[in-house]
Design a binder for this molecule. Structure first.
Ligand code: 5GP
Length: 119
């Protein structure tokens, strides 16, 4: 249980090391790990450690500095694991392809010609 009484989200459990993941970067408030089903040569999830915000709209409204930190971590990952260029995707809502309702960015990099989050 979290302080709010809600069940921890999948990504909170990864941040707590309860569920294994290939972690590539971490700050006090943010964690980044390889997606379990990569859609590009580099496909990393960047997310707050706490699941306070369901999607990027809530995050941007409530804590824009934390959103900026996600972007900064994404930029560092693209520099470390690819050539520095990247695509940053926030699926938002079920119709937008979101399946985990704990805000997160997909960082896609390293040869994106074939990359798609569809299917
Ligand atoms: P969404 O569909 O919500 O935008 O993105 C959720 C992402 O989380 C998907 O790309 C999915 O492959 C990834 N994912 C789901 N479960 C796990 C898991 O247990 N570990 C990791 N590393 N990624 C996961």
């Amino acid at each position: 249980m979290t302080a709010s009484g809600a069940e921890p989200t999948l990504f909170e459990r990864i941040a707590a090391r309860e569920i294994p993941a290939r972690i590539v970067a971490e700050t006090d408030r943010v964690i980044a790990f390889h997606d379990i089903a990569p859609k590009a040569p580099v496909h990393v999830i960047v997310t707050p450690k706490r699941g306070d915000y369901r999607d990027v709209v809530e995050l941007a409204s409530a804590d824009p500095a934390l959103l900026a930190e996600l972007v900064d971590v994404a930029n560092g990952i693209a520099a470390d694991l690819a050539d520095g260029d990247f695509r940053l995707i926030f699926n938002t809502g079920p119709g937008g392809g979101q399946t985990v309702f704990h805000v997160h960015a997909h960082v896609l990099a390293g040869g994106l010609e074939e990359a798609s989050l569809a299917g």
